[in-house]
Design a protein around this ligand. Structure first.
Ligand code: C2E
Ligand code: CA
Ligand code: CA
Ligand code: CA
Length: 276
């Protein structure tokens, strides 16, 4: 590009290099983070809207970086996905979450659910089913208390394969939720074919639900669609009382959001469990 001055070109080049270097550094740090035990799982409560009691937690990863402190998943999950590191990281999250769930089960919380996010790369890994089986067996958790959250993008390439993997794990008792519902493509046709148990309404719908009647109709329509298909519905990103009230009236089953609690480290999650 001749029209750019020499300096501009050099500057442009440097900033690309900087970004690339940063990425390479994060990548190598990410590689070591598992061995160095730098990941943590936080737990965000999921509430039953009819009883106002806690029914489970969503497990959400955090990276406790030695210099940078706690890094949210938004800053490293896509890189982990790109490099394939999400496969061992995801296995670690599942192990940690199941180990914790087992401890809570042993404390008497036998119906408590823990939901774990599964990325596309992880789901498509040829050892995925066996990995989940092994973790369930080794930790001794009740598989029907384990939920796996997947997104529609998982089904994009090969629907038959996706269905077969879900069915294999469901035979063991494992439960599936379709995450971020409404944000992907052809939601309706996928939803009909995917053998999932639950549907999570994306936060973006909750953000606008108090604004207009048409936004309210959309959420109500998603809830009744789910119920027609025999799915339970959970709303995420619930921040205001009025949103919770609206969902309760609309007969949404569960809700998750800052209104009830932020994601908590395991000790605080346990305190929450004892209180609510
Ligand atoms: P997600 O699965 O949609 O998770 C919900 C995100 O919304 C979480 O962000 C949660 O902290 C946040 N959230 C919950 N309630 C509220 C609310 O009321 N208001 C607002 N503003 N935010 C709320 P987080 O923990 O930063 O995770 C971001 C994303 O990173 C997750 O989105 C998920 O896609 C991914 N992720 C997190 N943990 C894992 C993991 O272990 N494996 C994989 N593959 N992805 C993960
Ligand atoms: Ca999720
Ligand atoms: Ca979500
Ligand atoms: Ca989301």
């Amino acid at each position: 590009a001749k029209e750019y001055g020499k300096n501009t070109f050099v500057y442009f080049n440097n900033s690309i290099n900087e970004k690339l270097m940063e990425k390479i550094q994060t990548q190598s740090e990410l590689r070591k983070a598992i061995e160095n035990n730098e990941f943590m799982v936080f737990y965000q409560p999921q509430m039953d809207l009819q009883t106002d009691r806690i029914v489970g937690f969503e497990a959400l990863i955090r990276w406790n970086h030695p210099e940078k402190g706690i890094i949210p998943p938004g800053e490293f999950i896509s890189l982990a996905e790109e490099t394939g590191l999400i496969v061992p990281i995801g296995t670690w999250v599942l192990q940690e979450a199941c180990y914790q769930l087992k401890q809570w089960e042993d404390m008497g919380y036998t119906n408590l659910i823990v939901a774990v996010n599964i990325s596309v790369r992880q789901f498509k890994d040829q050892d995925f089913v066996q990995m989940v089986k092994t973790v369930v067996e080794e930790t001794g958790v009740n598989p029907s208390c384990l939920e796996l959250e997947i997104t529609e993008t998982i089904a994009l390439q090969d629907m038959e394969y996706t269905i077969s993997i879900i069915e294999k794990l469901r035979e063991m008792g494992v439960v599936f939720s379709l995450d971020d519902f409404g944000t992907g493509y052809s939601s309706m046709s996928y939803l009909k074919r995917l053998p999932v148990n639950n549907l999570k309404i994306d936060k973006s719908f909750l953000d606008t639900v108090l604004d207009s009647r048409s936004d309210q109709s959309i959420v109500k329509t998603i809830i009744s669609l789910a119920q027609t298909l025999d799915l339970t519905v959970i709303a995420e990103g619930v921040e205001k009382d009025e949103q919770g009230l609206f969902l309760k009236k609309a007969k949404c089953n569960k809700a998750q959001g800052y209104l009830y609690s932020k994601p908590l480290p395991k000790e605080e999650a346990e305190e929450f469990l004892k209180k609510v």
